[in-house]
Design a protein around this ligand. Structure first.
Ligand code: SF4
Ligand code: SF4
Length: 457
């Protein structure tokens, strides 16, 4: 692909690092245009979700909560316990497959539109920075005296610190819930020194990331960004420069690109999209808007830079919605449905019954044999359960518990010692398989299968 004779040497090091290995600070111009408006709307929907998800409740469950302390997660108001290993594994699998399929088809759409790093950087911190520094900072700096420049700098960094503290609290709320967070915030620091140090540390981390590291998080640290090289192919959709239409570039050349460098000025990662696909590009669309403004001024058709694929540019046929896009999207939707179905069908009660260590069978009398077990039962719902137990397919068997566990409090685990007594004539041999059913008002909630040991027949 044409890149104005630059060759591929620019790929030897990230754009924000100079020949001596020092950082080159990127001062991006504020974008404006329809894509920036769309991105702003999406970003504020994401921010609203981030704030409201742990606060909103459905059927008494938070919409989203990662309650690590109590080893349970609320995903779209469905409580998932650490014990739900199958569902957790399925969720991980679906997430990995979704990331892979989504990236193959839609490129780095996530990075530019939904990643918290980009949303906070571009929609909050950068906007605050524009507020203090103006869009073209160098102009303002030249006009003002040292004192007002210092005040402006202090004001900007105080705002950054305050925003970082707010973001930290929002993230902590995803792990504690709003009530616990409020309790942490309102209690004296002396009562919660560790928590205070933790939150201050996270706030400092956010401040450093957004005030100083910025695009380096995407280019150096983010593993997802690094995956792009292997996941994208010629049909993947990304922000791309139409070199067929744009070249040969320059005001006096016949290509539509006038080489004004506005697409570079607005790029938050400082790259030149005209050089082709680069790992620094987060698909933020700022260059699309900026180039469209230029195209309008020079009375040329817009979308010289646009969402398209390399294949689409080569063939001249835009290929955002093709058979592959539909097929991969269908697979994504099916996977999400399977996950939702599995979550909705899982048992509300988790029961585990394990033979008490070091015990064998006991002959109670000439006709009855007993075994002793440890039983653990978890109520995964947010309602008290009134339960009863039954030995399935075993008429003469009896269950005896060391304590009453018939009223299971919401989201609580109960333990008991269980003695099972079986008439000898119902035993199938040295080992008999038994099933214990857990019922609420004659509705079977869960079962546990165990081995019962008896004398040789
Ligand atoms: S903004 Fe458009 S016209 Fe200007 S250099 Fe970039 S691609 Fe070319
Ligand atoms: S090249 Fe364009 S889409 Fe990519 S990061 Fe820069 S401005 Fe955003």
């Amino acid at each position: 692909m044409e890149n104005n004779g630059k060759g591929e040497a620019f790929r030897n090091r990230p754009i924000n690092i100079d020949e001596t290995g020092n950082r080159k600070r990127i001062l991006a111009k504020q974008p404006k245009g329809i894509w920036y408006i769309r991105r702003t709307v999406v970003a504020w929907i994401c921010i609203a979700f981030l704030i409201l998800a742990p606060i909103l409740k459905i059927n008494g469950n938070p919409l989203m909560l990662f309650d690590i302390a109590n080893r349970k997660f609320s995903l779209f108001a469905n409580i998932i316990w650490v014990q739900d290993t199958f569902i957790l594994a399925l969720i991980m699998l679906v997430i990995v497959i979704c990331i892979l399929l989504f990236t193959v088809v839609f490129g780095r759409l996530w990075c530019g539109w939904a990643c918290p790093q980009t949303i906070f950087m571009e929609m909050i911190y950068r906007r605050v920075e524009y507020l203090f520094d103006g869009n073209l900072r160098s102009k303002r700096k030249n006009e003002e005296d040292a004192l007002s420049r210092t005040f402006r700098l202090i004001g900007k960094h105080i705002s950054f610190v305050l925003i970082s503290v707010v973001i930290t609290n929002i993230f902590v709320m995803w792990f504690t819930g709003p009530d616990k967070l409020l309790q942490i915030i309102t209690s004296p620091i002396s009562e919660n020194q560790l928590g205070f140090i933790f939150m201050a540390g996270i706030s400092l981390f956010y401040y450093l990331v957004y005030a100083f590291f910025r695009e380096q998080i995407c280019t150096f640290f983010c593993p997802y960004g690094r995956l792009q090289g292997v996941l994208l192919d010629s049909k993947s959709i990304s922000v791309i420069y139409d070199y067929k239409r744009g070249e040969p570039r320059g005001a006096k050349n016949e290509g539509d690109c006038i080489d004004c460098a506005q697409c570079i000025a607005v790029c938050p990662t400082g790259i030149d999209i005209k050089d082709g696909s680069q790992f620094e590009c987060i698909n933020c669309t700022a260059c699309i808007d900026e180039c469209n403004i230029v195209m309008k001024k020079i009375k040329k058709p817009g979308n010289l830079i646009r969402f398209d694929s390399f294949h689409g540019i080569e063939t001249g046929k835009r290929s955002i919605a093709n058979a592959r896009t539909y097929a991969y999207t269908a697979v994504l939707i099916i996977l999400i449905f399977i996950l939702a179905f599995t979550i909705s069908k899982r048992s509300s009660i988790d029961i585990s019954v394990i033979r008490m260590q070091g015990t064998m069978y006991q002959e109670i009398d000439s006709v009855t044999v007993s075994n002793i077990y440890n039983m653990k039962i978890i109520n995964k719902t947010n309602m008290t359960k009134h339960i009863s137990f039954k030995l399935e397919d075993m008429q003469g068997g009896k269950l005896e518990f060391s304590n009453d566990i018939s009223n299971l409090e919401k989201e609580k685990t109960s333990q008991t010692v269980l003695m099972i007594k079986i008439p000898k004539q119902e035993l199938k041999g040295k080992t008999t398989n038994l099933t214990i059913g857990v019922y609420e008002e004659n509705i079977l909630l869960s079962t546990a299968t165990i081995n019962f040991i008896g004398p040789q027949k």
